[in-house]
Ligand binder design. Structure first.
Ligand SMILES: Cc1cc2nc3c(=O)[nH]c(=O)nc-3n(C[C@H](O)[C@H](O)[C@H](O)COP(=O)(O)OP(=O)(O)OC[C@H]3O[C@@H](n4cnc5c(N)ncnc54)[C@H](O)[C@@H]3O)c2cc1C
Length: 385
């Protein structure tokens, strides 16, 4: 990865934004179990940060995804996981398919305001009956004249209570499960939509909701691309989500190790600083090495994505490793903080709670392993029904 002066400039902008506009509010937003998405996103939109990789025709910066990686890395310096996740939904999860496959009219109506920070988006894929098996989802969008009529519900939706629109994956016909789905932009003020907030063990500042759709009428022109191609588009959209998860982990991991080194230098036991114990400094060196390996893998995946290659395998590996390493680093480092690590307002316990999600959301570890196995040809073929 070759970073230029422009990358560095962007890095400094995001760094300052995190220090001035986000971190001072994290304790308040975590306690409130939500954050002011419209207010924060508007500030980010004003700086161009919500459309780095998107076309200037819709207010984006028109840069390649390496610049998005730089922003995601810097968002890793936020003192919690909920806010970077909410921002990532807007930049890397609910907008990539709209940008790539949506009509000009749809992009003007929903993408441009999302880039400007005037609208908050969410992505509606998972359901109560299952999130890993995306093809099995039950929500329907039945054709009625020029409209779809949507019925069903979506589970675990990030930004769900505040979103202005949802990029919804629904069944638009019966037929084979990989070819009967469409992505539809659903305005969240449409009649028949309700939501219920979900309590979680971490990611407190991110608002997570179950969404209910009861005969919700949406014009067919709100469909992204052709009918029946939604599953395929969502699989493509997932690649940017997974690269976002991996790049967002990098500085966050380094920060946890840095804070632990600092603490272990100050904390004394048996007449010497904790860091003098080889068991501790060797372990931290080992973890740092793992972070560098993840960085190399993520940078390689991003480079290949920029050159137009299919990165499904590399992005799945990077997402898998990011989730596992976040768990490992949070747990190992927390240990060296002793009782302080077990208190609530501690950076290690915060990460211990928040980062547990990375091995579950956006495709669980086992789903990533399954994808890697497909490329290795080691997955048993399913019996035909
Ligand atoms: C805080 C939070 C925010 C989220 N945000 C969103 C969002 O904005 N939009 C959205 O659409 N979804 C969102 N999700 C949903 C998330 O993507 C799903 O939780 C995830 O895909 C797993 O689906 P599931 O919870 O239904 O678990 P299940 O599909 O029931 O799987 C349970 C577990 O079984 C194992 N497993 C599943 N399949 C296999 C297999 N084939 N082989 C081996 N093991 C397997 C895995 O360990 C998995 O964790 C969010 C979830 C959370 C908790």
């Amino acid at each position: 990865m070759q970073f230029t002066a422009e990358h560095e400039q962007l890095r400094q902008t995001v760094k300052r934004f995190v220090e001035d506009e986000i971190n001072p509010h994290v304790p308040e937003w975590e306690a409130a179990r939500t954050f002011p998405a419209h207010e924060l996103f508007k500030k980010m939109g004003n700086l161009g940060l919500l459309g780095i990789k998107y076309s200037p025709n819709y207010g984006g910066m028109g840069l390649d995804i390496s610049y998005q990686l730089v922003m995601n890395e810097e968002l890793g310096m936020i003192n919690c996981g909920g806010i970077p996740m909410a921002i990532g939904v807007q930049t890397d999860m609910c907008t990539p398919a709209l940008h790539r496959f949506g009509s000009d009219e749809l992009k003007r109506e929903y993408l441009a305001p999302a880039i400007a920070g005037d609208m908050v988006g969410c992505i509606g894929v998972s359901e109560v009956a299952g999130g890993s098996d995306v093809a099995a989802l039950k929500t329907t969008a039945r054709s009625e004249g020029d409209d779809y009529v949507i019925n069903g519900s979506k589970m675990w939706i990030t930004n769900g209570t505040q979103a202005d629109w949802c990029c919804l994956l629904a069944n638009t016909s019966e037929g084979p499960v990989h070819a009967n789905k469409s992505l539809i932009i659903v305005p969240m003020d449409a009649a028949g939509i309700s939501h219920q907030k979900i309590e979680k063990i971490g990611m407190h500042s991110s608002d997570t909701a179950q969404l209910f759709f009861d005969n919700v009428r949406v014009p067919k022109r709100n469909r992204i691309g052709i009918e029946g191609a939604g599953f395929m588009m969502q699989m493509i959209q997932f690649q940017e989500e997974r690269l976002c998860a991996a790049s967002g982990a990098l500085k966050s991991l380094d920060r946890l190790i840095d804070l632990t080194i600092e603490y272990c230098k100050e904390r004394h036991t048996f007449g010497q600083p904790l860091i003098n114990n080889q068991a501790i400094h060797f372990r931290l060196a080992e973890l740092r090495t793992e972070v560098e390996l993840l960085r190399s893998l993520t940078y390689r995946a991003v480079n290949e994505y920029i050159s137009g290659k299919d990165v499904t395998r590399l992005a799945s590996m990077a997402k898998l490793k990011a989730g596992r390493l976040l768990r490992e680093v949070s747990d190992s480092c927390l240990q060296y903080w002793g009782g302080m690590g077990f208190t609530y307002d501690n950076p290690l316990s915060q990460s211990y709670r928040d980062s547990r999600l990375i091995s579950i959301g956006g495709g669980a570890d086992e789903i990533m392993l399954g994808i890697i196995c497909k490329f290795d040809g080691t997955l048993p073929k399913k019996a035909k029904k």
